[in-house]
Design a binder for this molecule. Sequence first.
Ligand code: GTP
Ligand code: MG
Length: 287
Amino acid sequence: MTNSRSCFILGLPAAGKTSYLSALAYSLQQGKVETKLHWNKYSGNQQYLANLSTTWAAAEPVLRTSIANQQNCLSLCLNDQDNNVYNVMFPDLSGETFQKQYTDREIEASLAKSITDCEGILLFINPQQIVEPTLISELPLRPRQLAAEEENIAERNPTQDDPTEVQLVSLLQDVMYLRSGNICSLIIIISAWDTVKEYETIPEEFVSKRLPFLWQFIKTNESIFSTSFYGVSAQGGSYETPEQSELLISQHMKKPVERILVVNFHGEESHDITLPLWEAVNQVSER
Ligand SMILES: Nc1nc2c(ncn2[C@@H]2O[C@H](COP(=O)(O)OP(=O)(O)OP(=O)(O)O)[C@@H](O)[C@H]2O)c(=O)[nH]1
Ligand SMILES: [Mg+2]
């Protein structure tokens, strides 16, 4: 039986959305490491994902997704080990689209429909991009007159200055509003997990410590967001210099897919990047 599933991918700029899709596209084509989901057959336009897969294999950073070339609807026909077939549809949008939604309080009708109709949301957070809130007690003491003058000069830029968790909670509130409270599976993916794994082991713990407001919001709305947390290193390390990329490739010559690291809710590690997607489509079928 074929199930149609639609997932929505949400995340601010540089959250790791496209990097995840590039590792996913590569993983689905290789046969060396077992994955929960397999490519069943080609469907739709595969060129975008095929290009991402090539980029991943070469350990090259993906290009940032501009609003002009964002993908509103990619599709994959996948099957799991029990031979359930899933037609999974998802977008690869630019983080700027979500920033605009946050600042302008507006959303395109087609995007709103994708959010309303989807069964699962993958929300990406890059630990290296988190803007943390500043406590009033941490601000430097300034004479009142000077502070007022400075505030007139320095214009606040909400997308740069507002804490990441505030922006994400606002976007999730929009999701709740659009879906009129309909339950939705929410998969929170901490990307670039290779940059945090030395001192954090459990992805949910990372969220509760680094993004406590977001974590409280999710806990408060458990009846609406059925949430799972994953740590994912789609690249396996940094691609910042050609030497770093070459090292990653040479360390995993036989099984390149083992560069990928996925840490589940319990802190268990694997190389299966299809797990978060499988959970998003499977949680729905269990309901
Ligand atoms: N170290 C490390 N960096 C990563 C990993 N995955 C992504 N990054 C880095 O995170 C940055 C952003 O990644 P993208 O995948 O382009 O993020 P995005 O969410 O698609 O961003 P937009 O297209 O701007 O919305 C890039 O500099 C990546 O190299 C990883 O597994 N490890
Ligand atoms: Mg992108």
